[in-house]
Design a protein around this ligand. Structure first.
Ligand code: BG6
Length: 375
């Protein structure tokens, strides 16, 4: 699985392996007849889950962006407050870890020094730890009380893609697992989510057909040296990761920002030389999502008045965004908590094609390594 096969780079191969990685991470953990999630690898019993007061999530880089998405999933479905920290910052904030707190450490490699140090810090303060990792038998996996493995297969490219979508799926499974123990979600809603989870790999496979459209967009923008990536709520971490992917592989400066924050400063930057990539999807069945979508439409109108070029991600059947944005990439319909797993795909492709058009070594970007094992 670690060979490039017919692909020119590991990164594009791993982007196209995401439907399989999602399926392999999700399917073994679903008990269909009962419509339940089965996460036997997490040795935290029902009573302990019901007694939980807080979950701390620590990770680095792309894995932390998965943690930021997981925070919404865990709070919404599990009814537990969750915090997310940079692993490299965790110890500095003197985390007051009290009784009934669990620490989740997310790490593709299982060897990132900062994340391992944060895990030891959490354990020293009395917290149990659960790792979400893509590699078996690693330092962080061994030191955790339990490990939820993402089964995305070996990820060779320095920029993390298939591990990232699998991490978000694993966090969603964990959030449903918590909701089962704490009875915070009606059985019919859980069954709907489980059905949607099982359909997600096929939706992602269809979404990959946008690759040629994204390649054309990258051709138009490949000489641009500055981008702003925007998203609201659970989509903000996806904007962050889209910006990080672009930085990592194409050396283009890009910043991920909450859409609502642009009026507090970044708007001064937005003009014909600063394109904006904005996530403007909506879950029609979710009132908050529709409200945030309406606000994002207003943002796009404002950016166009400032002569910026706008690349938007919009939900299928949306008529408004394509009328306003310079380029619109259509995302298959999905619930608000699951659409981030789809939205990152065109942003991964954009970063990849930008790097290729700029003639760079996509799989081995300068100054970066796959796993930072020294603090
Ligand atoms: C960086 C990688 O070095 O480490 C990123 O380039 C990754 O892709 C980050 O997200 C964290 O790595 P890990 O293995 O702990 O998820």
């Amino acid at each position: 699985m670690a060979e490039k096969r017919e692909f020119p780079h590991h990164m594009i191969k791993e982007i196209f392996e995401q439907p399989q990685g999602l399926h392999d991470t999700i399917a073994p953990r679903i008990a269909l007849p009962e419509g339940q999630v089965q996460l036997n690898e997490v040795p935290i019993g029902r009573e302990e889950l019901r007694a939980l007061n807080r979950i701390n999530i620590v990770a680095s880089g792309t894995s932390r962006h998965a943690g930021m998405v997981g925070q919404y999933m865990i709070q919404e479905l599990g009814g537990i407050p969750a915090d997310v920290d940079y692993a490299s910052e965790f110890e500095y904030r003197n985390p007051m870890i009290g009784k009934g707190e669990l620490t989740i450490v997310i790490t593709q490699s299982g060897e990132t020094a900062d994340t391992g140090a944060a895990q030891r810090e959490a354990k020293a303060r009395g917290s149990r730890t659960v790792a979400i990792s893509n590699v078996a038998g690693t330092t962080i996996a061994r030191e955790a009380d339990g490990v939820i493995y993402t089964l995305a297969g070996p990820e060779i490219s320095i920029a993390s893609t298939k591990a990232f979508t699998a991490q978000m799926a694993a966090l969603f499974l964990f959030a449903l697992h918590i909701s089962q123990a704490r009875e915070t979600l009606a059985a019919n809603l859980r069954e709907n989510y489980i059905r949607e989870l099982l359909e997600l790999p096929a939706k992602l496979k269809i979404l990959l057909e946008c690759a040629s459209q994204v390649e054309r967009i990258a051709t138009e923008f490949h000489k641009v040296d500055d981008f702003l990536f925007l998203g609201r709520a659970i989509h903000y971490p996806i904007a962050m990761d889209g910006a990080l992917k672009l930085k990592e592989v194409s050396y283009v400066h890009a910043e991920g920002y909450p859409t609502g924050e642009t009026k507090h400063g970044p708007n001064a930057l937005i003009d014909e030389n600063l394109p904006v990539v904005i996530i403007a999807t909506r879950d029609a069945g979710n009132q908050g999502s529709v409200l945030r979508y309406e606000k994002s439409l207003g943002n796009i109108r404002g950016f166009k008045k400032q002569s910026s070029r706008v690349i938007a991600l919009a939900s299928e059947a949306d008529q408004e965004v394509p009328r306003l944005a310079d380029h619109t990439i259509v995302i298959p319909q999905a619930s608000e908590l699951l659409s981030p797993i789809l939205e990152i795909v065109p942003l991964q492709l954009f970063a990849y094609y930008m790097a290729v058009k700029r003639g760079l070594d996509v799989d081995r970007p300068r100054n970066l390594v796959k796993s930072v094992t020294l603090e």
